[in-house]
Ligand binder design. Structure first.
Ligand code: F0G
Length: 453
């Protein structure tokens, strides 16, 4: 059967507030052409992020009602702990309020001046927490990661030769941990192979350094391995996920992605003494070790979400439906980062509007165009986000269409594709932009723009 259906029925619906193109023009101008400043109710299809925007299942909502809200030792904590232990095999598990809280605790423990943290590619909060501790965040992607159209099946892989060179040049004593992000969000939602994880493990063993996963999208990564890596086809996604975690000494997880919850995170590790120190830091700012800044109901929803995300009918639908959008765009001649990623499609803004120079933010022009045409909210990942004063422009000018989990149906995605194709057909009319107001850091959230006519 060529058609893959959404493996769920809809029990509760949330109306979409439709807008006309005249209204959207006014809204866009009032928000100074920055989609972060647009109210969510004025967005028709919201593809700003796949983080915390998923739809929970009936079982998750039932768990929310059943939850135990005791301060210490709640049943909900024990359910969460045993689920995470079964999926990951990690003996020490702390709940946190979201991924960056796990990052903050880890880097407060092992970061610091003079240290260097290699990663295939840091997500921006991971980089910020590493650098806030005084350490340097070093991205070591494979060369194919920077090529728009490379069909490499594991473009998220860590560059093993560059990792070895880093150990030899920097010295193991200055490298507190090696991180690998699965899937690689900053590199287009591309997966990392088991073979690559085994190679990272071997180097970490050779130099006696711990290996941690940034595992927000671990289930999507496991599914790609099942589809693409030789010899993995007959294994379950759950079994592959377990092997990924077995190779690591610990993991940071934002449960807002593959936990399919609106808030939550996890910090996992094997080392007992590190766990004791992490527990103290958790208590200091997040909460006691059996709730970590969350309510019991959040722990129930996370436990259930992590079980559901490994179901293969779900993963098949998830990865196929993201690719469905990517393939529609490719068929219409819109260049995207290939192959399609797990959680998002990344449009190549430079080729979308070659008449707009990088200093006039082609990605932001596409983002504004998409809002005008279809009320779609996407996210610029290019010079607005990364090239503020003093820093060089990033390798690529991209627009990310992140797909929330279990939220939109195939006709919503058809509408998104049609809007992008319509914009692509009249792309010559897109105007460059200039920034008229910006904060000193993380400017993409609040900067104000105007169009250059
Ligand atoms: N690591 C990765 C790979 C991420 O993609 C994110 C969040 C985090 C860590 C931080 O987790 O938001 O729970 O604190 N990514 C979101 C995104 C925000 O839109 O890609 P958090």
């Amino acid at each position: 059967m060529p058609t893959i259906i959404e493996p769920f029925k809809i029990k509760v619906v949330e109306p979409i507030h439709m807008t006309t193109s005249e209204q959207r023009e006014e809204i866009l101008r009032a928000a100074s052409f920055n989609l972060f400043l647009v109210r969510a109710r004025d967005v028709v299809i919201d593809l700003l992020t796949d983080s915390g925007t998923g739809a929970m299942s009936a079982e998750q909502w039932a768990g929310i009602m059943r939850a135990d809200e005791s301060y210490a030792g709640a049943d909900s904590y024990y359910r969460f702990e045993s689920t995470m232990c079964e999926i990951t095999g990690m003996p020490h598990i702390l709940p946190t309020h979201q991924g960056r809280a796990s990052e903050r605790i880890l880097f407060e423990l092992i970061g610091g001046e003079g240290k260097v943290v290699p990663n295939n590619a840091h997500f921006d909060t991971t980089r910020a927490n590493t650098e806030h501790s005084g350490a340097k965040a070093l991205d070591l992607p494979i060369p194919e990661a920077g090529e728009m159209s490379s069909e490499h099946p594991f473009k998220g892989n860590m560059n093993i030769a560059a990792l070895r060179k880093t150990f030899e040049e920097v010295g193991a004593e200055r490298i507190p941990v090696v991180l690998v992000t699965i899937t690689n969000n900053s590199g287009g939602g591309q997966p990392v192979s088991l073979e690559n994880l085994r190679e990272v493990r071997a180097i970490c063993d050779e130099f006696g350094v711990p290996f941690f996963l940034d595992a927000c999208r671990f289930a999507e990564n496991a599914w790609f391995i099942k589809q693409r890596e030789a010899g993995q086809q007959d294994r379950s996604a759950k079994d592959i996920a377990r092997e990924m975690f077995d190779l690591a000494d610990g993991a940071l997880i934002s449960a807002k992605k593959d936990g399919i919850v609106n808030i939550g995170g996890v910090l996992l590790m094997r080392d007992k003494s590190m766990f004791q120190h992490a527990s103290n830091l958790l208590i200091l700012t997040e909460g006691f070790v059996t709730y970590g800044g969350l309510a019991g109901r959040d722990l129930e929803a996370m436990a259930q979400g992590f079980e559901e995300v490994l179901r293969e009918d779900y993963l098949n639908y998830r990865i196929r439906s993201t690719a469905y959008l990517g393939n529609k765009l490719l068929d219409a001649g819109v260049r995207i980062l290939e192959p399609p990623g797990g959680h998002a499609i990344y449009i190549d803004a430079s080729s979308f509007c070659p008449h707009i120079p990088r200093e006039q933010f082609p990605g932001q022009a596409v983002v504004c165009g998409l809002y005008r045409v279809g009320g779609i909210r996407a996210c610029e990942i290019g010079s607005v986000m990364f090239a503020s004063a003093g820093s060089p422009p990033p390798a690529l000018e991209l627009v990310r269409l992140a797909i929330p989990r279990r939220v939109y149906t195939q006709s919503h995605i058809d509408y998104v594709a049609e809007s992008i194709v319509e914009l692509h057909e009249k792309r010559d009319s897109l105007l460059g932009m200039r920034i008229i107001e910006e904060p000193p850091a993380l400017r993409h959230f609040t900067a104000k723009f105007e169009e250059i006519s």
